[in-house]
Design a protein around this ligand. Structure first.
Ligand code: GLA
Length: 352
């Protein structure tokens, strides 16, 4: 059978380093992403990629312990996804992507979701809400297993559930997804910093552990208020927790500002988020800080912040149309599609 799956990357407008603590996020599915095209059959998965000279060739059934031995590295992700999906037949095909790798736009989740769908993971007869969650969790598990980075579920959910013209408010505790209409007359611009990051080599896991230690002292940060911070004696723990608590609030504040047409207020919230990620969570870099500072003083720019895990990557800016002549304007797009079976209508897809 001929298959063609596509899954978008995402840019996160607000809510970083909150998902793995069951907090709130506000990502937007992009009109860029990963395609997997091929023919099913056989008992291996053979993929070539336009981003790697070396193909991936993995057996359909692979013991978990064998993952680390697989080369090239991107084939590990293929094997991990296959391990989670448990496909009944192999696939020979091609992967192509127009997402920059390591730019904080979720190229790996887009890859995982496209591969999973191409391997037949989607069940068109299942309840679409439950199916989005199941597929996202499956791809997240593959990512964690193959990279060792304890990442959250935002990126996979955004890749699956994106809605054109909307951001997605995701409650990462309940996994409830609510599309948020993006107002006209506003541009969301992604500007690469040129500094690529590797989450694996970053302090992502360490930040998560510190936050979990804070939760053991004062309870879930998603339910905490800034007043609860007095219960944290350790200053680093307190700053990390302050970021998470304030960032969760900023997600709903941003949604409220956008809904009220208060673009200046929304831009200000982006600025506060960047300061919090820079000073309290310490996941920005001098290069990214300099880019944010340069962008926000340009006429027509309401605000800008780093987006994603940090340690390099991209900046997202809210602007009046045409304000920036660098980066590219986001077109909020629908989530993943797969041409091997009718695409279920993912949650949030506007009903006809
Ligand atoms: C990466 C992870 C996500 C999320 C962001 C930070 O993109 O994959 O789960 O934690 O970082 O918000």
């Amino acid at each position: 059978m001929r298959v063609h799956a596509f899954a978008p990357g995402r840019v996160n407008l607000m809510g970083d380093h909150t998902d793995y603590l069951g907090g709130l996020v506000l990502p937007i599915a992009l009109d860029r992403g990963t395609s997997v095209e091929g023919d099913t059959g056989g008992d291996t998965i053979e993929l070539v990629s336009d981003q790697s000279a070396r193909p991936a060739s993995v057996p359909l059934r692979l013991a978990e312990a064998d993952l680390a031995a697989i080369e090239p590295r991107w084939a590990r992700l293929v094997a991990a996804v296959a391990h989670e999906v448990g496909p009944t037949e192999g696939l020979v095909g091609r992967v192509s992507s127009d997402l920059p790798i390591g730019a904080g736009l979720s190229s790996s989740a887009s890859f995982e979701v496209a591969v999973a769908l191409a391997l037949g993971a989607g069940d068109p007869d299942a309840d679409p809400h439950a199916e989005v969650r199941r597929l996202a969790q499956l791809c997240q598990a593959a990512e964690v297993r193959s990279t060792g980075v304890p990442s959250g579920i935002m990126d996979q959910l955004a890749a699956l559930a994106g809605v054109a013209g909307h951001a997605l408010r995701i409650d990462c505790h309940t996994l409830e997804i609510t599309p948020v209409l993006l107002p006209d007359g506003l541009e969301i611009v992604v500007v690469p910093s040129g500094q690529t990051r590797s989450v694996a080599s970053s302090a992502y896991g360490e930040r998560r552990r510190v936050c979990e230690a804070a939760e053991r002292e004062i309870g879930p940060l998603r339910q905490a208020s800034l007043d609860d911070l007095v219960g944290l004696a350790d200053p680093t723990r307190r700053r990390r927790a302050r970021h998470v608590i304030s960032e969760n609030h900023r997600v709903d504040q941003t949604i409220a500002a956008l809904g009220a047409g208060d673009v200046v207020g929304a831009g200000q919230l982006l600025g506060e988020s960047h300061a919090s990620l820079r000073d309290d969570f310490e996941v920005s870099t001098l290069t990214v800080d300099a880019l944010v500072e340069r962008l926000v003083i340009q006429p027509g720019v309401y605000g800008a912040r780093m987006t994603g895990a940090g340690f390099g990557g991209c900046v997202v800016a809210l602007t009046e149309p045409g304000a920036l002549d660098e980066g590219w304007v986001v077109r909020a797009s629908n989530g993943a599609t797969c041409g091997r079976a009718a695409r279920p209508s993912w949650p949030g897809t506007p009903r006809r």
